[in-house]
Design a protein around this ligand. Structure first.
Ligand code: ZN
Length: 243
């Protein structure tokens, strides 16, 4: 078992699964949650509830409302509508995109990790969930990891356990960790802040609920696919720690 890690934790499905997996792999887990004036505070409440239920003793909540001052998008401004899921949506970035959000989150989390003398950060970003956010892509994560490690002269490692998983495989991971029901009922993924199944209309709900249906309809095959990917990426991880 490794010593300690910092988990970027939003109270959503993906970061909750990352947190529970980290608790199996690290002796001590520090959670970090950002309050940037999300359009609903339920996400922050869920994050607090979940860390309490899981017995996490180190959970830091950081107010970065400056992000809301600088950026206008439907996730940070209540008067802007969040678009419902649309299968015909063009390739433009969705109205929920907050430019620079993950750059800021990972930079602040790295400062925290540096202070704690922790070498790994875990984030639940995922390239394959089709939200189209450029700051969830693997190339970006690797580039920022390198830049921050150089800038701090410290070999930090950003871990992204969900990067190549489909949403149904993420549910399979929750199930193999024995927390499928917990994640289904305690997390907030919906852009409107509605717990569990959410509003069933927005993009986040569509991704979450479609993935869950796919997993429940075909659990064995999707678990098999998850195991194959986990083996593949564990043997092929290319993280440069020589900095
Ligand atoms: Zn929703």
């Amino acid at each position: 078992m490794q010593n300690s890690t910092v988990v970027l934790f939003s109270g959503g499905q993906d970061s909750t699964i990352c947190l529970i997996q980290a608790m199996r792999e690290y002796e001590f887990v520090h959670c970090l949650t950002f309050d940037y004036g999300q359009r609903h505070s339920y996400e922050i409440d869920a994050a607090r509830d979940i860390t309490q239920q899981l017995g996490i003793s180190s959970h830091k909540l950081i107010n970065i409302s400056v992000l809301n001052d600088l950026s206008s998008c439907s996730l940070t401004r209540k008067h802007l509508l969040v678009s419902n899921f649309d299968a015909q949506q063009d390739t433009d970035l969705p109205d929920t995109f907050v430019p620079g959000r993950n750059i800021l989150f990972l930079t602040l989390a790295s400062i925290y990790a540096y202070q704690l003398k922790v070498e790994t950060l875990i984030t639940g970003v995922c390239e394959t969930d089709f939200s189209g956010y450029p700051d969830c892509r693997n190339d970006f994560i690797l580039a920022l990891n390198t830049a921050i490690s150089l800038g701090m002269s410290k070999a930090l490692i950003f871990k992204t356990p969900l990067m190549w998983l489909t949403k149904s495989e993420t549910w399979a991971l929750a199930d193999t960790l024995g927390v499928l029901d917990f994640v289904m009922h305690e997390t907030v993924t919906c852009y409107h802040g509605i717990k569990s199944d959410g509003c069933r209309q927005c993009n986040a709900c569509h991704l979450r609920n479609t993935g869950l249906r796919e997993y429940l309809d075909n659990s064995n095959a999707i678990k098999h696919s998850l195991y194959n990917k986990q083996n593949l990426y564990q043997t092929n991880m290319k993280i440069d720690t020589s900095i």
